[in-house]
Design a protein around this ligand. Structure first.
Ligand SMILES: [Zn+2]
Length: 111
């Protein structure tokens, strides 16, 4: 990433310890965790030694990840439902064919 201030290439790294960005006037617990996102992902941060500034992408918020998971779950269950419907239709067809076959081969006197 290029430095947004001077345009030079920035150094890439991570911030290992838990730091938060807390908006003025808010309590610390309302802050946004900067170093570790949900599932322990550590985002890369970028440092410009000339400007002595760090650009740190904010890790994905919990809600966003949960929404994505919900969406994926929804998609998965939709696919599952479709597969089940297909399977049931296939089974019904098989049953019907079997019934017809059996009907044809059965001894008519048996009925
Ligand atoms: Zn710079």
């Amino acid at each position: 990433m290029d430095c947004p201030f001077c345009g030079k290439e920035m150094k890439e790294g991570t911030i290992p310890s838990g730091a938060k960005w807390v908006e003025d006037g808010l309590d610390a617990w309302e802050g946004i965790p900067l170093t570790v996102g949900i599932f322990g992902t550590t985002p890369k941060s970028f440092y410009c030694p000339d400007c002595r500034r760090i650009v740190l992408p904010v890790p994905e918020k919990e809600e966003g990840v949960l929404d994505k998971m919900k969406q994926r779950l929804g998609e998965a269950s939709e696919k599952l439902g479709a597969a089940r419907e297909q399977w049931e239709a296939h089974r019904a067809q098989e049953k019907e064919e079997k019934r017809k076959k059996n009907f044809g081969t059965k001894d008519p006197w048996e009925l």
